[in-house]
Write a protein that binds this ligand. Structure first.
Ligand SMILES: Nc1ncnc2c1ncn2[C@@H]1O[C@H](COP(=O)(O)OP(=O)(O)OP(=O)(O)O)[C@@H](O)[C@H]1O
Ligand SMILES: [Mg+2]
Length: 328
């Protein structure tokens, strides 16, 4: 099964300021703010929804096709992704802009001042799926994850026209997109991904009820944070898949993306929706245990042991026939 993962590709630059922003702001001079914070920690992390999702799929042994726009500064990031099995040949490299970048400084009270530079991501709207499908001899599924909104609409439209099944994953872009566009992203999707908050937001913004949405999509996958995931299909009882126990909590950034990696991997292996939910949950747990969206390692032996502990030996045996973790 050839899966194209479209969406954002970005790096995060995270700094910590050992003081309080509030102490530096002069109340009656807010019209002339000119501040520089001497920060004592900088962490650079690879991110972006599509890159995170493709990375996780690669770690499970697939070769997902990453589709997104980056700048000339992508070289290191590309080689990292390629080393983890991601096909980066269809990544669009902008001649004008840098790869999207999130810059965030956090003070000691956890206040944050951040900027998100869209950069090359705005050029994702120039990408056509046709030539990508041609290069690969066809595509079986296109995932449409948060990205330049124009790009999300274009990919969805093109998938529909070419009759390529698509999975809608509007997540954080729901907040800024108007109702009409959200309907366009979702209608006719083979899969619809979101967390429980986003499920409500989709209903509110589209004006479609829970039932109506199930009429319009094949499968709805709603992640429930520490409660796992619920998978719905029209006319069938909801399928609740409990979470995989975590060994510790470090940072939730990227858990949703890793869930999608696991879910899509099991789907590509031809496993049941229940297994998809289980592989998704266990992959997500790995991200929860590390700081950053691509800092985890999937080891074949440990992954299968943890899978068996969470979901039973029989389920693990099914997964074992397919999974080829990046690490032993
Ligand atoms: N505390 C937890 N213990 C075990 N698994 C968890 C926990 N929190 C999240 N998960 C796993 O991660 C999946 C996705 O979590 P969640 O619903 O919070 O996604 P999200 O809100 O889209 O996250 P984000 O957008 O911040 O990445 C869940 O379905 C579950 O499998
Ligand atoms: Mg999310």
């Amino acid at each position: 099964m050839r899966i194209a993962v479209t969406g954002s590709i970005a790096t995060d630059h995270l700094m910590t300021f050992p003081g309080r922003f509030g102490d530096q702001l002069v109340a009656d001079q807010l019209d002339r703010v000119s501040l520089s914070f001497l920060v004592d920690d900088l962490q650079v992390r690879r991110g972006g929804c599509a890159a995170n999702i493709a990375f996780g799929m690669g770690c499970l042994g697939l070769s997902p096709v990453l589709v997104g726009a980056v700048g000339a500064d992508f070289a290191d990031y590309r080689s990292w992704l390629e080393r983890h099995g991601v096909d980066c040949e269809s990544v669009y490299v902008s001649e004008l802009h840098h790869t999207a970048r999130f810059l965030c400084t956090t003070d000691e009270d956890h206040n944050q001042i951040a900027s998100f530079y869209t950069g090359a991501m705005a050029e994702a709207r120039l990408i056509e799926l046709g030539p990508i499908a041609q290069r690969l001899g066809g595509l079986d599924l296109v995932l449409i994850s948060p990205n330049d909104p124009e790009a999300m609409l274009r990919h969805t439209d093109e998938a529909r026209q070419r009759a390529i099944p698509f999975a809608a994953d509007p997540s954080q872009q729901l907040a800024r997109m108007p109702s009409e566009q959200i309907r366009e992203l979702i209608d006719g999707a083979a899969y619809l991904f979101g967390n429980d908050y986003e499920k409500g937001l989709i209903e509110q913004k589209t004006g479609w009820s829970d039932e109506e949405i199930l009429d319009r999509v094949g499968v709805r996958v709603t992640t429930l944070g520490p409660k796992g995931v619920v998978i719905d299909r029209k006319g069938e009882p909801p399928l609740h898949v409990p979470p995989a126990p975590e060994l510790g909590k470090a940072d939730p950034t990227g858990v949703g993306d890793a869930f999608r990696s696991g879910f899509l991997a099991a789907l590509a292996w031809g496993l049941s929706l229940e297994r998809c939910g289980q592989v998704g949950n266990l992959t997500a747990t790995h991200v929860l245990e590390r700081v950053g969206g691509q800092e985890y390692e999937l080891g074949q032996k440990v992954f299968l042991e943890r899978f068996a502990a969470a979901y039973g030996a029989e389920a693990a045996a099914e997964v074992a026939q397919h999974v080829k973790c990046h690490h032993a």
